[in-house]
Design a protein around this ligand. Structure first.
Ligand code: ADP
Ligand code: MG
Length: 232
């Protein structure tokens, strides 16, 4: 319990920091990105390949800061949240082109096992999209070429909740790390932010949902639970 309180404390501190500074960082970052991109054509193919490479490297690092800031903004929830009654399958379907292209790019197989329809949930579609994307990216980042990502969903009428499962064939998560993966900034990746799962947890808790990761030796499954509204 103490652990949980500590984590909540740290999260809200990060949230406050984020609300205060993320936008201030986002704007100059956008300007830096724009000017770097203007610079690139005047270097490329003009005997300045080395310099062009430096600029590309800077762009890549700028983008890393950018995605860190985006996660911060989500943790801080400073923008208006747009809760409404939505079909979570619609959110997933809208994401499918992105997921398909990322799996293709990584030589990974995508298997879908989705029902034709699900009862509605109350959520912000953009935020739910972010949750799905974060777990998909984790799954893809965990797998070597040739892995399989399986996305399934089902409705549990007794618990009145929807269960999404994102299962990968990656190396899995050792039991001693399972407790820590939701800690803000906990990452095992050289270029990770360690914020993806914290963001998922925060966003889902806000709508009465939940996220859990399970791993049995090989492979990992991210379970996402969403409470449904109305009858059905
Ligand atoms: P990041 O992806 O930036 O590292 P996350 O919060 O998204 O941050 O994930 C935290 C950590 O949880 C990862 O660094 C990784 O160790 C572990 N993890 C999450 N998803 C998976 C997965 N599908 N397979 C293996 N490890 C995972
Ligand atoms: Mg991640």
């Amino acid at each position: 319990l103490d652990e949980k309180l500590l984590r909540a404390d740290r999260l809200s501190l990060i949230g406050q920091m984020a609300a205060g500074t993320a936008h201030e960082i986002r704007n100059p970052l956008t300007a830096i990105r724009g000017f770097l991109q203007l610079l690139l054509p005047s270097l490329e193919g003009k005997g300045l390949e080395q310099e062009a490479n430096y600029v590309r490297l800077i762009l890549k690092e700028v983008d890393r800061i950018g995605s860190l800031i985006d996660q911060f903004l989500l943790l801080g929830k400073p923008r208006e949240v747009n809760y409404k009654k939505i079909d979570p399958l619609d959110v997933l379907r809208e994401l499918l082109p992105v997921i398909e292209s990322e799996t293709l790019l990584r030589d990974t197989e995508l298997v879908l096992s989705l029902p034709d329809s699900l009862p509605p949930v109350i959520a912000d579609p953009d935020l739910l999209k972010q949750v799905f994307l974060n777990v998909v990216r984790n799954a893809l980042e965990a797998m070597e070429r040739g892995g399989t990502l399986t996305i399934s969903a089902e409705y549990d009428p007794e618990k009145r909740q929807i269960h999404f499962a994102f299962a990968d064939t990656g190396p899995g998560i050792p039991p001693y790390l399972l407790d820590r993966i939701f800690d803000p900034f906990f990452t095992t990746k050289p270029e990770g932010t360690g914020l993806g799962l914290s963001v998922c947890q925060r966003l889902l808790q806000d709508i009465g949902g939940n996220i859990r990761l399970t791993s049995k030796g090989r492979g990992t499954t991210a379970h996402i639970y969403l409470p449904t509204v109305g009858g059905a």
